[in-house]
Design a protein around this ligand. Structure first.
Ligand code: FMN
Length: 194
């Protein structure tokens, strides 16, 4: 059982260790969503912030994940930090971030990624690589000498967690699983059989 009373401190402790230990992208997480017909889908995204308000990620609002979240706001993410034999699952309801937050994060991105966000119609059928390259050139010209504004179709989401599960791999598969659930606004922790 983890010694933390609530999961955010436990997460920040484990995440700091993952940043030191994981060879690449400790912020990468698989995000699972469920569409209106109950069909799940999963993909990797990067966590861009985690505090007691929730966990943020950014994407194209025309994407499959955004369409699913529009109709079913419940989602789950999982981090896997192989170097530490650790997994963290987080579940909760997702809400859009405020426009000013998305603007602030968009401004911090490399210019190439900013232009890419305009050029990519994420998830739509692409005729050829050339078509994408032409769109990149088009937007590079459009914004030449100026700041690239955030596209209206690009923003972020915040998952407000109501469940965390911390998994520590141990010998003989006797792993340690600590579950935190938010019950009436307070966090309750239990240990689960592995
Ligand atoms: C390590 C990694 C990180 C990624 N991070 C993001 C991200 O932060 N935002 C995003 O929209 N796509 C990200 N992608 C691409 C997504 O996995 C996915 O292909 C894309 O968002 C389209 O997903 P959808 O069609 O299910 O909406 C990442 C992929 C990998 C492998």
């Amino acid at each position: 059982m983890l010694s933390f009373q609530e999961p955010f401190s436990a997460f920040s402790h484990w995440y700091a260790e993952a940043v030191r230990s994981e060879p690449s992208e400790p912020d990468a997480m698989a995000l699972a969503t469920v569409d209106a017909s109950g069909r799940p889908s999963v993909r990797m995204v990067l966590m861009k912030g985690m505090n007691e308000d929730g966990l943020t990620f950014y994407t194209n609002l025309g994407s499959r994940k955004a369409a699913a979240l529009d109709l079913n706001r419940f989602a789950s993410v999982v981090f896997h930090w192989r170097s530490l034999q650790r997994q963290v699952v987080v579940e909760g309801a997702v809400e859009p971030v405020m426009p000013f937050e998305a603007d602030e994060y968009f401004r911090s991105r490399p210019r190439g990624s900013q232009v890419g966000a305009w050029a990519s119609d994420q998830g739509k059928v692409l005729g050829s690589r050339l078509e994408l390259e032409q769109r990149v050139t088009e937007y590079e010209r459009k914004f030449e000498g100026a700041e690239v504004p955030r596209p209206p179709h690009w923003s972020g989401f915040r998952m407000v967690p109501d469940r965390f599960e911390f998994w520590q791999g141990m010998a003989s598969r006797l792993h340690v699983r600590t579950e935190y659930r938010r019950v009436d606004g307070a966090w309750e922790a239990v240990t689960l059989f592995p």
